[in-house]
Design a protein around this ligand. Sequence first.
Ligand code: PRX
Length: 653
Amino acid sequence: MSQQIENILHENRRFSPSDAFRRASRMGDEAEYQAMYQCSIDDPDGFWGEVARELPWIRPFERVLDWSKAPVASWFDGGQLNASAVCLDQHADGERANKVAIHWEGEPGDARSFTYRELRMEVARFANVLKSRGIGKGDRVAIYMPMIPELAMAVLACARIGAIHSVVFGGFSAQALRDRIEDTGCNAVICADGGWRRGSVLPLKQEVDKSLEGIDHVHTVLVVRRTENEVEWNSERDVWLHEALESVSDSCVPEAMESEDVLFLLYTSGSTGKPKGIMHTTGGYMVGAYLSTRMVFDLQEDDVYWCTADVGWITGHSYIIYGPLANGATIVMYEGAPNAPAEDRFWDICERLGVTVFYTAPTAIRAFMKWGDEHVQKHDLSKLRLLGTVGEPINPEAWTWYHRVVGGERCPIVDTWWQTETGGIMLTPLPGCTDTKPGSATRPFFGVDACILNEEGQVLGPNQGGLLALRKPWPSMLRGIWGDEQRFKDTYWSKWPDGWTYFAGDGARQDEDGYFWVLGRVDDVINVSGHRLSTMEVESSLVAHEAVVEAAVVGRPDDLTGEAIVAFVTTLTGIDGNDDVRAALIEHVAEQIGKLARPQEIRFTDALPKTRSGKIMRRLLRDVAAGRESNQDMSTIEDAGVLERLRLTDGQK
Ligand code: PRX
């Protein structure tokens, strides 16, 4: 991190939106922005009440915020609405009925588009299939699918009938899926036979079958036919979607949901224990997703908006589905890899579909940079007007490349900081009025009271590194961890004694202009290609392998993926840490968690550096992994020789 702080400290370029962009944007005037931000802080009830009233409530809310049970917030009490109706019906029954909602493209090149009216009909039919299987309000439904239109439909169909969806990223293994299915206690799983990825089929149905062995609470597996690969079939439990759709009606009245009814669960890694089911509720989440999409992406009626995330992550929930559709936008969805069949696939899609707003992750930008400018430059990207990034700190070099090569130096870049837990964007430029600085997520979004605190809870001044904290509740905030209220309080609200200041788990500083520079996690969470993993999860997977006695996992800075996983492993006496064991361990982690968690490097060691009380000193291991000298306090180390021996293995793969 010190290297990063160094780089960022030297970054003082500023980029202003052009006058043309400013004039055409939703918020092009700094004074107006300042006034609106101040109002959102001074009078949150007034501010959010007004925004919320733009949504089509089934029954109006009576109160904006109840924070008396902090840290559990209650937003828009008394109000009823349905998230799928917000995303579909208000447009399908109005002027946007024939506007394209989704332009979808499969990896093999097949394509489908749906207008708002068509999408509502598909979702209604999907919802009726779920109902015909006895699924209803409050039931949990796991979704494990490739990026096909049916994924968006599945999500919206659950929302329509009030079932709580829990989308699991298709890159997770059967074991990881199983853990999530068990934790939610869901009674249905929606999946596809497979999905396309770099020309091969990901056998998703097969993974679902494995994940359900011995589980008796799942009575339905609804399968979308996508890749037509052979699948095993359990005729009592498994249902083909296309067959079930034949006998259902194409209208479905949206369920009236209370504002605080749970809309979805999304599992994410923390620093300890198993993944947490982050709980988001209906009213506040929709209000947050709606306003942030509109303002951060400066949505205009004729925009073609593409967020390249997977719906398996929060970015896909808030900024592919709920936020953009709530605004009646035309979105792009793409199934496959960015380099299939060639490295220009994204730019080819942008050109053909006339993408105007493009939102992706720094790790992808670094891959594009590496592949070379020519893949971008052979396409006409003149329709692009706004770019965004999310998921990890963006290095100024990648930022300026994105600006120059993709954005043709004319598109503002919104670097957006937020989390699964925050539900929506928290730190971000507003593209028409915020001057940007490469590497900074700039300023708080409306209603966000962000600051930098030290361990004691004191507010730190300009350029002092500390902990990023949020001091006010916001509508799209998490309401809890599924089934574990204590963990919710301990993880996010107990860092400081007041009990209502949110601890984000990130280190950051604010510069002399008040701009925020997020530096990365301060806990044991690693961010690999924007995917959040806990060192504990990978460690417990490694120690579950028969050859392993002990393991410590740390992140190491990586040019492409942001961070890479390095594992230090001690093996059972008699088992040699050789290449075969290494390969077996990597495969084992892939099976237990997913390929995204595979260590990039495994170092075998006879012992791990520990404190005298037996705690593994991961801070030291981070230095060893990065190949840098340590300036950490070593006074508590039990056996300093361990470190020396580890350094000698430096560089060994
Ligand atoms: O460390 C921060 C990093 O990603 C974490 C949240 O991960 P997740 O819940 O998976 O959500 C990712 C997409 C919202 C944060 O704690 N992070 C996210 N965006 C940024 C970022 N770090 C720096 N700059 C960002 N723009």
